[in-house]
Design a protein around this ligand. Structure first.
Ligand code: DUC
Ligand code: ZN
Ligand code: ZN
Length: 463
């Protein structure tokens, strides 16, 4: 097994920044020391002078190959995890889906089959519960024991993924006992469906109306309701893809009461807005996702939430659909545009740009993109940090390189970029996944099947 030495870089973790040499053996970090202070020998030496040495990113919200809106997300586990590696992410937690009328176990097995032997980086699963009944509740216990320790429920999408308040309460009660973490898509889908119908009847058919019917108040109301249900059940709660200032306020108020309520936002809510949804022609379809993009005034509250720790995690909700042939399904009817944006390759870079722009500092960058998602979903300290004993998932990041994001150069299997033309300071140079170099000075050296399934413990912020 190769022994690798990474020399002279600035090692950044959520806890500290220190110039250090990092020694890697058998896929793990074995030691760290002041630069040049040890006479370590190695098969491979990576010079990281003038560079950052950071933990590989942990993207806790992806949807590779998700069947949705009459089509399927365009990245397979193979293409999506390769793109993730290019962007400095070395672990994804994807969502296995329980179909209505089927057991969670069947859904999980299907997702294992999709990912097996395909992934360039390590992966784990959450479980989407679409049918909360006695059988599903019993299976939750077993899934937690096996390392699928988090469960997404939807207050949106009636007839597809939707759970009513009774089902949500039962799942939360179960989670309060078995240690699972409920992840909530908090939008009032019943009310949204009424507004969709009324908008279409008025002839409002363009992509921008997607943002108008999925109202801020309906995200805030659902967030509030989810929090109260979690309190009744005595369960922790993680709210996914928070996009509205008013929803952040609900989470902040709950946290001020000392409740175990957590929030995630995504790059699209931090960097894009309803201005994108309103782009001329059908261009706005590229930006249709749920929760929807908001007016840009909401961004300040999201950045503030990330600084104050009212929001803990930035994941991508990577759910790509090509413009041609997929987003186009909704020409003339915004409600038929498949919901989702690509982004698994862009998250680490966009958040580094946020460091350059002064929204967050370097350690917070690593915390929200690596350490906190690893802790939230039971992967720490194996993932999300650089420390003796941790997996050697390490990125050599050049903070001085400049790049322009473009579909021409990205590696995701999707025909547009939501960030086309955006200038970024900083670029991933080299990536190690469990000690294997998978990106070598911007050449892909990884392989499908290197990535392994990684069972998780329960949320490390609770209990
Ligand atoms: N939101 C999306 O934008 N896509 C997939 C599912 C979801 O909740
Ligand atoms: Zn969702
Ligand atoms: Zn999602």
């Amino acid at each position: 097994m190769t022994r690798t030495l990474i020399t002279g870089g600035l090692v950044i973790t959520a806890g500290e920044e220190v110039h250090a040499d990092v020694l890697v053996e058998h896929g793990r970090v074995v030691a760290m020391a002041l630069p040049g202070s040890q006479r370590w020998t190695a098969d491979r030496v990576i010079d990281a002078a003038q560079k950052y040495v950071i933990p590989g990113g942990v993207d806790a919200h992806t949807h590779m190959e998700l069947p949705f809106g009459g089509t399927s997300a365009s990245d397979s586990f193979e293409t999506g995890t390769r793109a993730a590696a290019w962007g400095g992410t070395t672990t994804i937690v994807d969502f296995a889906v329980q179909s209505v009328g089927r057991s969670p176990r069947e859904g999980l097995d299907a997702w294992f089959a999709k990912a097996d032997g395909k992934c360039a980086i390590d992966y784990a699963f959450h479980m989407i519960l679409s049918d909360v009944d006695e059988r599903s509740l019993k299976e939750m216990d077993r899934l937690v024991e096996e390392g699928v320790t988090s469960f997404k429920l939807f207050m949106a999408y009636p007839g597809v993924f939707y759970s009513d308040d009774g089902q949500i309460l039962r799942a939360m009660q179960r989670a309060s006992v078995n240690g699972g973490l409920i992840m909530m898509h908090a939008e009032n889908g019943i009310a949204i469906d009424v507004l969709v119908e009324q908008a279409l009847a008025r002839g409002e058919r363009d992509p921008r109306h997607h943002g108008e019917v999925r109202k801020v108040l309906l995200e805030a109301e659902a967030t509030h309701r989810a929090i109260q249900l979690a309190r009744v059940a005595g369960a922790p709660l993680y709210v996914v893809h928070v996009s509205a200032e008013e929803a952040v306020a609900e989470i902040a108020a709950a946290r001020d009461k000392g409740l175990d309520v957590f929030g995630e936002t995504c790059p699209q809510y931090l960097f894009l807005s309803t201005d994108n949804l309103a782009e001329p022609g059908f261009e706005g379809a590229k930006y249709v996702c749920s929760t929807p993009l908001r007016p840009r005034e909401h961004q300040a509250a999201l950045w503030r939430g990330l600084r104050t720790n009212d929001l803990q995690v930035v994941s991508t909700d990577h759910c790509p659909f090509c413009f041609t042939g997929q987003k186009e399904l909704g020409r003339g009817d915004f409600s038929k545009i498949p919901n989702g944006l690509p982004g698994v390759e862009n998250r680490m870079d966009l958040l580094h740009q946020a460091v350059v722009d002064g929204h967050i500092d370097r350690r917070r960058w690593i915390e929200i993109a690596c350490a906190a998602p690893a802790r939230m979903f039971g992967l720490h300290p194996k993932k999300g940090t650089i420390a003796p004993g941790s997996d050697a998932d390490i990125v050599i990041y050049d903070p001085h390189a400049e790049q322009v994001i473009s579909a021409e150069t990205h590696h995701m299997n999707v025909d547009y970029s939501a960030y086309e033309g955006r200038r970024i300071m900083g670029q991933v140079e080299t990536v190690l996944s469990r000690g294997e170099v998978v990106i070598d000075r911007r050449t892909y050296t990884g392989r499908a099947g290197h990535g392994v399934y990684t069972p998780r413990s329960t949320c490390q912020y609770v209990g």
